[in-house]
Design a binder for this molecule. Structure first.
Ligand SMILES: Nc1nc2c(c(=O)[nH]1)N[C@H]1C(S)=C(S)[C@@H](COP(=O)(O)OP(=O)(O)OC[C@H]3O[C@@H](n4cnc5c(=O)[nH]c(N)nc54)[C@H](O)[C@@H]3O)O[C@H]1N2
Ligand SMILES: Nc1nc2c(c(=O)[nH]1)N[C@H]1C(S)=C(S)[C@@H](COP(=O)(O)OP(=O)(O)OC[C@H]3O[C@@H](n4cnc5c(=O)[nH]c(N)nc54)[C@H](O)[C@@H]3O)O[C@H]1N2
Ligand code: SF4
Ligand SMILES: [Mo]
Length: 822
């Protein structure tokens, strides 16, 4: 009834009125299932709907939000006229089956597909790199010839190490449209450079590998909230970052209904997760979670609320009794906490309150709540590790879970981000990469600037003491990290603008993004909806499913990446090896037989039959989801961890060794302590020197209006989820700002003009510019010494390109800025 009412009332409104109303409808759509298409479809007054022959296809939204939701494009006259989503079955969480239901972003895909900024033809830059007026269309054959010639020249002259496939997460699943096509091609040609780790969780992966012996996603699945008393989320914002119908936010809602557990979110912002599932929000200053976790440990130790038995049997380095042979005196975790360690500072709640901004009484009470709840589900998102000393933040939260003995038990959690069990998703075989020397992915721009100068002990090069060459060729397929998503856009522009460094940049995208503008050759890509494929789950959903997609007519001259790689393979003499004589359809049949059916034996005998149903799913009982670390918990001798000691290492001799042998920066905070500690860093809360000019901490949360930069220019989404700077009323008042005012946000690296959202949903002293908005320089001034003002609200105009000490990861939430009224 309610839905119908909304639809009818909307259909009487003008488009402008509809857009104004949008906020309500869109938020409702994301949680209530009311389709955006239906909520927004503008019907001109008195229009008689034309009877069109409609066909409903199966496809999926493959962007990097981790859900790969099912999209059902409704096609008429060869064009998508509407997008529906999965409604094939009712949600049945208890039996492990549910809809893979799209959010408003996926449902607005039609607006993106047919948008004006969609790339139509191959283009070549005839002017200076980065100059949008220098692009002219060229035929596909010419584009492919030039790319192949440049690849060959760079391989012959500088070696395979000079060819970089840059970090790009725009196509997350889909057998034929993943990055694998280019990997496969390059591996047949002798290999290529592919950065290690990623932009999502580099500090988390590096830090927890030393503590737990394994990287990332090692916490309990969120379904375990059904078995807990208390859930504590450190910067975990599932409602916004896992927002599909069957995704993790849905799991949390369900699990919490069962246990009625209390849920506390610790975040500088009152996030969407606070709005939807939290019982309490504890605001914290960015980059200070390690201080909070340390003070919580202090209270737990002094009030004797630890799991002492667990600490004795499963942990190295908690106190003097569990330290390894030869370790320096007074360097156990407990020494650091109690003030007998190197700095002689007790990590009291009073100490932490100054740093975190959380009142003393609240820290003490939180410690008692965590210590008293048996079990306690402790988990973290990645916002706190995308910081200058992010490794320490991530490890300190894990240390808290360790000292309270919550590791490896039902309803507990080891403090890491939640494990997920999405089964299998098919891939094209990529072959072996003969380039064995690697560098951390975030340092790709250093490798362009001076790859030969990069070393193992300073830059984290692996496989050799030094990187052998500079990067000379960049392949950027389905990514915007070349410019928009990397740090310090003005520095990036300067380095990319120098053609004596990188000789060829190829961008293959669907849209004319900030990165596309820095291409030498720009290739128009088909979108997810325009290719036949087999798709499957990514990382945000605990269900096994496979989708057999049917394509919409490709847009203009766009082509799929697989076919582009076949053409390149032809030109480079490896076509036979690349295709193995198979067409796209034959590859899909191969995958169906050798990958899909063995995984899901209930699939019908032929791909054709599977396509008739479209989406196949397999029930996964919540109670069957494994508890990470359970075997270790039950018997640590028989099932040791992959750390050198086989135990959880609250003191790591390996980190101590690194701190002596690595060449670290001299900037404040560039240290590698052997135990989880709070480290005060450059551009952190305690950087009083920089704060004289730039007093506000700036983060850039991942936003519901888009996935990074993907969907960022869709008119419907922008209307209801505009880009603005979150600022607390106290900070706004001090600057004479009112909600909706335009401001400049600036620091030494750049300036952004943007409207403010004055809200108590962000703590004083902190501002957030949601990451992913499209960089839009006011002038296309290519003068390398001038930094154009960004009118697009892209936070990377202001971020610093400086890697974190251990992971060499991206600290893109560590920034200081000032906000001034325009
Ligand atoms: N809608 C949407 N969903 C997405 C994405 C997207 O862009 N949009 N991106 C996807 C990808 S690739 C990834 S990697 C994930 C990202 O997932 P996350 O990295 O977890 O997302 P963030 O928004 O960076 O951070 C999560 C929360 O941490 C808070 N935070 C920031 N700094 C700190 C801190 O120092 N301490 C604490 N306690 N909290 C802090 C932020 O305010 C935010 O609410 O999301 C995925 N899902
Ligand atoms: N300041 C700051 N910066 C960040 C982050 C942050 O928290 N703060 N987060 C970081 C993280 S976690 C990540 S994962 C990265 C993400 O950075 P990217 O991997 O660059 O992700 P997107 O910005 O979504 O870019 C995806 C691109 O794919 C294109 N695309 C979409 N569909 C298709 C298709 O079918 N074919 C082709 N060829 N292209 C397509 C889109 O147009 C878009 O240009 O950003 C990082 N950058
Ligand atoms: S953006 Fe993510 S949650 Fe939304 S439809 Fe696409 S895959 Fe699903
Ligand atoms: Mo990410």
């Amino acid at each position: 009834m309610k839905k119908q009412k909304t639809d009818q009332s909307h259909s009487k409104l003008t488009r402008r009125q509809l857009l104004k109303l949008g906020t309500v409808s869109c938020v409702a759509a994301s949680f209530g299932g009311l389709g955006l298409e239906r909520a927004f479809r503008p019907l001109p007054a008195n229009a008689q709907p034309k009877p069109l022959e409609e066909k409903i296809l199966t496809s999926a939204c493959l962007n990097n939000c981790g859900s790969s939701c099912v999209l059902k494009p409704v096609v008429a006259d060869g064009k998508v006229i509407r997008i529906e989503t999965d409604n094939a079955i009712p949600d049945n969480w208890e039996e492990g089956l549910f809809q893979i239901r799209a959010c408003p972003r996926g449902r607005s895909m039609r607006r993106q597909m047919y948008a004006e900024n969609r790339l139509k033809k191959p283009m070549k830059q005839f002017g200076k790199r980065g100059d949008p007026s220098g692009f002219k269309p060229i035929p596909w054959d010419q584009a492919l010839d030039e790319i192949a010639a440049s690849l060959k020249k760079c391989i012959d002259t500088y070696g395979n190490e000079s060819i970089l496939s840059i970090y790009a997460s725009g196509v997350q699943t889909g057998m034929m449209q993943r990055r694998e096509a280019f990997y496969r091609l390059m591996n047949l040609l002798g290999g290529f450079a592919l950065g290690r780790s990623d932009y999502s969780s580099a500090q988390n992966q590096a830090g927890l590998t030393y503590l737990y012996g394994q990287a990332g996603y090692s916490g309990n699945p969120v379904t375990e909230i059904a078995n807990t008393k208390l859930a504590v989320f450190f910067g975990l914002n599932t409602t916004e970052t896992r927002m599909s119908g069957g995704g993790l936010q849905f799991e949390i809602l369900k699990a919490k209904q069962i246990s009625n557990a209390r849920l506390i979110v610790i975040d500088p912002r009152y996030s969407e997760t606070c709005v939807t599932v939290a019982d309490e929000w504890i605001p914290i200053r960015p980059g200070t979670d390690a201080a909070l976790a340390s003070a919580l440990a202090y209270v737990l130790i002094t009030e004797n609320m630890l799991d002492n038995e667990f600490l004795k049997t499963h942990v190295q380095g908690f106190d003097a009794d569990t330290m390894p042979e030869g370790a320096p005196e007074n360097s156990a975790y407990k020494d650091y906490i109690m003030g007998t360690g190197y700095d002689k500072i007790a990590k009291t709640p009073e100490w932490a309150a100054q740093i975190t901004g959380i009142p003393v009484a609240r820290i003490i009470q939180l410690a008692r709540e965590i210590g008293g709840a048996k079990p306690c589900f402790i988990s973290q998102g990645w916002g706190l590790q995308r910081q200058a000393a992010g490794e320490m933040s991530t490890m300190s939260v894990a240390a808290l879970a360790t000292v309270t003995g919550n590791v490896g038990i039902h309803g507990g959690g080891n403090g890491d981000r939640d494990a997920y069990y999405p089964g299998f998703s098919p891939r094209l075989p990529r072959g072996d990469n003969k380039v064995s020397i690697t560098f951390p992915t975030f340092l790709w721009l250093r490798a362009v600037e001076n790859g030969k100068g990069m070393t193992a002990t300073r830059d984290g090069v692996k496989g050799a003491d030094k990187y052998p060459t500079d990067i000379k060729f960049i392949w950027n397929y389905a990514g915007n990290t070349l410019v928009n998503q990397h740090s310090d856009i003005n520095e990036t522009r300067r380095i990319l603008g120098d053609k004596s460094k990188c000789e060829m940049i190829v961008v293959m995208d669907t849209h004319d993004t900030a990165s596309a503008q820095w291409a030498d050759i720009l290739l128009p890509s088909t979108s997810y909806l325009e290719q036949t494929d087999i798709v499957g789950p990514s990382y945000a959903m605990n269900i096994d499913w496979l989708g057999f997609t049917t394509p919409v007519t490709p847009y203009e001259q766009s082509r799929p990446v697989y076919e582009v790689c076949v053409e390149l393979a032809k030109r480079l003499g490896v076509e036979k090896e690349f295709t193995e004589g198979k067409t796209r359809e034959q590859w899909l049949e191969w995958s169906y037989e050798t990958q899909c059916r063995p995984f899901m034996p209930e699939l019908p005998p032929t791909l054709e039959e599977a396509r008739k149903v479209g989406v196949w799913r397999k029930a996964k009982l919540r109670s069957d989801l494994p508890i990470p670390f359970k075997a270790f918990r039950d018997d640590p001798q028989a099932n040791p961890l992959k750390t050198p000691s086989g135990k959880i290492e609250l003191f790591s001799p390996a980190l101590l060794e690194l701190s002596k042998t690595w060449e670290l920066n001299k900037f404040k905070g560039d240290v590698i302590p052997p135990t989880p500690q709070y480290v005060s860093t450059w551009e952190g809360y305690e950087d009083t020197e920089t704060k004289k000019l730039f007093p506000l901490q700036l983060i850039g949360h991942h936003y519901k209006g888009r996935t990074h930069s993907h969907y960022a220019s869709v008119d419907w989404l922008l209307a209801v989820m505009p880009q603005n700077l979150w600022i607390n009323p106290i900070d706004a008042k001090a600057r004479g700002l009112r909600h909706g005012d335009t401001v400049k946000v600036l620091n030494k690296r750049g300036e952004v003009h943007i409207k403010v959202k004055v809200t108590k949903r962000i703590m004083p002293g902190v501002v957030s510019m949601p990451q992913g908005a499209w960089y839009n320089p006011e002038s296309k001034n290519l003068d390398q010494n001038k930094n154009p003002i960004d009118q697009g609200g892209c936070v990377n105009t202001l971020t610093l390109y400086r890697a974190s000490p251990l992971a060499k990861g991206n600290p893109q939430h560590t920034n200081l800025v000032e906000v001034v009224k325009l």
